[in-house]
Design a protein around this ligand. Structure first.
Ligand SMILES: [Fe+2]
Length: 247
């Protein structure tokens, strides 16, 4: 809740301050740290998100399937399996009129992923490039190695590969030699006095005792984290910087 509130209260202001033409928000845990509801997705869009990406917790909440099936701006990982509702690619127009394709993919290491991202990524990137000059990939994955590997594989074919899922922002924002910006993980907008958003004592109790413990989201140490990407209208990345705002 603290993270969603931070986006609702500050995304608009940050967009103005930094002159942001398009904002992508990973919203997979907007509903008290687990999943997202249609109502919360609409609130994030109203707060200034142009596209919302999701992840391995996409379907945790009731009602999200039909919403995703109908939505063009809220997407789930493209390799979430053929039986799951929704789409994995969105095309939006930035404020400066440039079309931007956003592709959401799940990693295959340490996650229960139905289809390997490597099996589908090239075809999806071709589809995205046919739709828009700027292509941003949200690679929702656990392992740093897999994220660096995918960014390197896509270097020169997409504008940016930005990792999500670990909740821990990495200090490796860079532009690769072919013109693709890469960041292993954009971090977490939420309460950082926690174990990746969960009240620390509950997360630790589950790990120490191996007994079932009901998780609750933490509330304090809230930061808004992400990345600021600058690129040409043709889709070549020029710079990427970390965004980390304490609230
Ligand atoms: Fe995740």
């Amino acid at each position: 809740m603290a993270g969603r509130r931070a986006v609702e209260e500050h995304l608009g202001r940050l967009r103005e301050e930094h002159g942001v033409d398009l904002a992508i928000v990973n919203g997979e845990n907007a509903a008290d740290g687990a999943g997202i509801t249609p109502k919360l997705a609409e609130r994030l869009l109203a707060a200034g998100a142009d596209v919302i990406t999701l992840g391995n917790h996409t379907y945790r909440r009731d009602g999200i399937g039909p919403y995703l099936a109908a939505s063009e701006r809220v997407i789930r990982p493209a390799n979430a399996g053929a039986q799951t509702p929704g789409r994995g690619l969105a095309v939006a127009e930035a404020r400066n009129g440039v079309r931007v394709a956003v592709l959401n993919l799940l990693g295959s290491l340490f996650l229960d992923t139905p289809v390997s991202p490597w099996e589908v990524v090239d075809g999806l990137v071709d589809e995205a490039r046919a739709a828009a000059p700027v292509v941003v990939v949200d690679f929702h994955a656990e392992a740093t190695s897999e994220k660096v590997a995918l960014a390197t594989w896509l270097d020169g074919r997409v504008t940016a590969v930005i990792g999500t899922h670990t909740h821990v922002q990495t200090n490796d924002a860079r532009v690769l030699p072919g013109g693709t910006a890469a960041l292993t993980d954009a971090g977490m907008t939420g309460p950082h006095d926690s174990v990746i958003g969960v009240r620390a004592e509950l997360a630790i109790a589950r790990m120490r005792t191996r007994l079932p413990v009901r998780f609750q989201p933490a509330e304090t140490g809230v930061r808004l984290e992400g990345a600021l990407l600058t690129c040409t209208e043709g889709g070549r990345a020029e710079a990427m910087e970390l965004l980390r705002v304490s609230l």
